[in-house]
Each structure stands twice: as structure tokens, then as C-alpha cells.
Design a protein around this ligand. Structure first.
Ligand SMILES: Nc1nc2c(CCc3ccccc3)c3nc[nH]c3cc2c(=O)[nH]1
Ligand SMILES: [Zn+2]
Length: 371
């Protein structure tokens, strides 16, 4: 019995958007879906029950961070991530490659793996594709990712080409060493911003065969047009009947464009990280809650939102909490931003179900920036 089962429920009438259902050992997910990031086995400022209440179906945890602290073996000995963080739903863990590249000061990439220094205490570590599988197997997520190299942006063509070859060889080693049959393994397509390299990376990974395919190497500082272009030509080359996940994407408009291109799964630190910095998403655009304009504004943050925060608190109060450095500011801001993202996905799924995602996408843009 495969670890996951994905079905396309409905193809949108006029776009590549599709409604899907992804069944995992910890529950079934309706796609397109946004996955909140819980880097250190917690989606910051939210309890698992609150995450459920705002509509989270699947959450992400970070292999690199949990390997460094408290250690993947410890989490494994305590029953794995679901038990450890009291989250009963599906969990996806990244392989750690990206974090090592973006966090570790000194790192050395060789055919065998990556040597790096801990961002906490500078101690030296080494992760190979085989280690990355063992770490994710100990953590116990339902979907795990291949160990890949995400080339910096911009990179020389020759570097990107060489790097995608390494990512493919590492992906093969991941598949060979992946033991747990109750964990799905996703391949990660690289190839930078070059169509022929992206297509080669996708073809090599499909040749090896994975339970789903992620688009890596994006949201690394490239212009949005480039991000959309790569998403546009990559979705159609990936298997139509398997999950397609774009890593690290993105702002609300990026999710709309990713769905429009035919992707099913998204993750980004934006809604949670921006919340803690007072940057709030609303149907009319972004609100910087510390702005003086909101000092005596009794209206809800977003009258169209309907979440617990928008039903019970004023902009003036949210501004006061943020400026006073209150813990409740992070909690209420995160609550609302996650509800905004997850509700946007619910609306997108309803639009696809009604075969009108094209119109939904137009309405989304028409309403924004009307703040
Ligand atoms: N393995 C990998 N991860 C990436 C992430 C982290 C997503 C993630 C997954 C799970 C938990 C946290 C983060 C990226 N985030 C932005 N761009 C990204 C690119 C890559 C990539 O190319 N490869
Ligand atoms: Zn709200």
C-alpha cells in the first residue's frame, strides 16, 4: 500500500488549476493547499488546536533545525513528530539541504554530501542523502523530501547544470536508502531558471520515480516574472496524476499564479514571519498595523475576513499590542494571517470546483490595492 494516494477530483474549466485529494497515513488533504511552516516543531505562536481552527490541514517541519536541536534521535525516541508536537494531521519535512545552504556559515559540498557548521554553536556536521533519509525517518513525517542542492541565484549556467546532476544522483541514493513504506518520498526538480535544465532535471527524477514532485530552486531572490515563467513551463512536464509542490512559494498572488499553472502544494514563512513583524494580509492588500493611521481605528482588520481576530478586535487594539511588544500581538497577527492564506485556498478550491478559477483569479487582482 503506497504511503499516499493522490487523485485529481476536477480540472478547472479554462486553466491548468485542479482540485485534488491527497490521502496520507495521518489524514486526507484537499488541494490546492497552503502548508504553514513549523520550523522547530511548532508553528510559532499557535497551538495545534488553533492551527486546526484556522483551517491548517498539513504542516511543515525543518529537518536541519530539528537535527541540530533537540536531535532527530531524541524526537524518534519520544514517538516521532506527531507525538512530540501533539499534531495529529499530516506533516511534511524538508531534507535540510536548503537550510544548510542558506543558514550554515561554512559549508563544503562534495559528491558524498555536505559538511557544515551548526548555526547555534559552530560545531561541524555532515549530511549525506542517506543521513537525510535516516533523519526524516526518525522524525516520522508523512511526506519527506530528497536531499538536494538549491543553487544560489543567480548562478552560472555551468554551475546549475553540474548541480542538477548532483541533485539527481543524490535523489537516486535517497530512493535506494529510503526504508519506511509509510512515508512518501518526493523528488525536487532543480535546474535554475533554464527551461532545458529544468526539463532535464524533471525527466531524470521521473525516470527514478517518486511519490510526488517538488519544484525547488525558486523564491531565492529571483524576479516574480522569472518565478512565474519557471512554474509555467515546469508544471506540464510533471506527472498529471501526482502531487506537484512548489517549495517556498509565496505571497498570496504567487499562490494564485502557482495554482493557475497547475501546482497543488505551497509553503512559505510569509504569513507567520510577517505577522510577527506587524505586516498583515487582507483582501484589499497589506496592512502595516503599526501605522499611526490605525491609532483610533475601531474597524476590524479585514471586514471580509470573518476570522476570530477580525470578529473580536479593532485595528487600534492590534496596533497597541504590536507597539507594546505584547505576546498577544504575535498570536493574533499570526492567527489572522494564517486564516487569510488558508481561506484563500478554500476559496480557490471552491472556484475550481465550480470551473471558474479564471474568474476567481481576476476578482482576486481587482480587489487588491483598493486599500
Ligand atoms: N529542499 C529544498 N527546500 C527548499 C525550500 C525550503 C522549503 C521548506 C520545506 C519545509 C520546511 C521549511 C521550508 C525553499 N524555500 C524557499 N525556496 C526554497 C527552495 C528549496 C529547495 O530548492 N530545496
Ligand atoms: Zn481575520
Amino acid at each position: 500500500m503506497p504511503a499516499i494516494d493522490f487523485k485529481v477530483i476536477k480540472q478547472d474549466g479554462t486553466t491548468a488549476a485542479r482540485l485534488g485529494s491527497l490521502t496520507t497515513p495521518h489524514g486526507t488533504i484537499a488541494t490546492p493547499i497552503f502548508m504553514p511552516v513549523g520550523t522547530q516543531a511548532t508553528v510559532k505562536a499557535m497551538t495545534p488546536e488553533e492551527l486546526r481552527e484556522v483551517g491548517a490541514q498539513i504542516i511543515l517541519a525543518n529537518t536541519y533545525h530539528l537535527y541540530i536541536r533537540p536531535g532527530h534521535e531524541l524526537v524518534g525516541r519520544l514517538g516521532g513528530l506527531h507525538e512530540f508536537m501533539h499534531w495529529p494531521g499530516p506533516i511534511l519535512t524538508d531534507s535540510g539541504g536548503f537550510q544548510v545552504f542558506s543558514l550554515g556559515e561554512l559549508r563544503k559540498i562534495t559528491e558524498d554530501g555536505v559538511r557544515f557548521q551548526s548555526h547555534l554553536d559552530g560545531s561541524y556536521h555532515f549530511i549525506s542523502p542517506e543521513n537525510a533519509m535516516a533523519i526524516q525517518e526518525a522524525l516520522g513525517g508523512d511526506i519527506i523530501m530528497c536531499f538536494d542542492e538549491c543553487p544560489p541565484y543567480p548562478s552560472e549556467y555551468a554551475y546549475v547544470e553540474k548541480s542538477l546532476g548532483l541533485t539527481t544522483r543524490w535523489a537516486r541514493r535517497c530512493k535506494e536508502s529510503h526504508a519506511r513504506t509509510d512515508q512518501a518520498l518526493f523528488g525536487i526538480v532543480q535546474g535554475g531558471m533554464h527551461r532545458e535544465l529544468r526539463e532535464r532535471s524533471a525527466a531524470e527524477l521521473m525516470e527514478i520515480g517518486f511519490d510526488g514532485y517538488a519544484l525547488g530552486g525558486l523564491s531565492v531572490g529571483e524576479e516574480k516574472e522569472l518565478m512565474y515563467e519557471v512554474m509555467g513551463y515546469c508544471a506540464p512536464v510533471l506527472p498529471v496524476d501526482q502531487p506537484r509542490y512548489v517549495m517556498g512559494i509565496g505571497a498570496p498572488e504567487d499562490l494564485i499564479e502557482g495554482i493557475h499553472a497547475g501546482f497543488d502544494m505551497f509553503d512559505c514563512v510569509m504569513p507567520t514571519r510577517n505577522a510577527r513583524n506587524g505586516m498583515l494580509f487582507t483582501s484589499f492588500g497589506r496592512v502595516n498595523i503599526k501605522g499611526a493611521a490605525y491609532a483610533e481605528d475601531r474597524s476590524p482588520l479585514d471586514p471580509e475576513c470573518g476570522c476570530y481576530v477580525c470578529k473580536n478586535y479593532s485595528r487600534a487594539y492590534l496596533r497597541h499590542l504590536y507597539r507594546s511588544g505584547e505576546i498577544l500581538a504575535s498570536r493574533l497577527n499570526t492567527w489572522h494571517n494564517l486564516h487569510y492564506y488558508l481561506n484563500l485556498m478554500t476559496q480557490a478550491r471552491e472556484a475550481i470546483g465550480a470551473g471558474r478559477f479564471g474568474e476567481f483569479r481576476k476578482e482576486f487582482y481587482a480587489k487588491r490595492f483598493s486599500l
